[in-house]
Design a protein around this ligand. Structure first.
Ligand code: FES
Length: 110
């Protein structure tokens, strides 16, 4: 189990434990994080699982893998304009190295 920190658009935080071996999107759904819609179920066709990685993450030696070309292309379709740290949470596989991952949730996914 690792700790995840979700920062909601109103500043509220949800800090919860999640299983490794699943995607960040799946963990968010299990934790009832309403700001993650994930309409396509992780097929990389909807961009409604948009999150913004906290500025403190990744650091210089971050274990967060880079986005694929397909993910980068899909990030053009997020409801809230993408930022430098934007990612699609269905493409982030949770590993022990991501313990403490902190992500901001956009105001809307549509
Ligand atoms: S759940 Fe659809 S792109 Fe991530």
């Amino acid at each position: 189990m690792i700790e995840l920190q979700f920062i909601h658009n109103d500043g509220q935080q949800t800090i919860a434990k999640a299983r490794t071996g699943q995607s960040l999107m799946q963990a968010a759904l299990e934790l009832s994080i309403d700001a993650i819609a994930a309409d396509c179920g992780g097929l990389l066709t909807c961009a409604t699982c948009h999150v913004i990685i906290d500025n403190a993450w990744p650091g210089a030696d971050s274990p967060l893998p880079p986005a694929s070309q397909e993910e980068l292309a899909m990030l053009d379709f997020t409801a809230v304009p993408r930022q430098a740290q934007s990612r699609l949470s269905c493409q982030i596989n949770l590993t022990q190295a991501l313990d403490g991952l902190r992500v901001h949730l956009p105001s809307s996914q549509y």
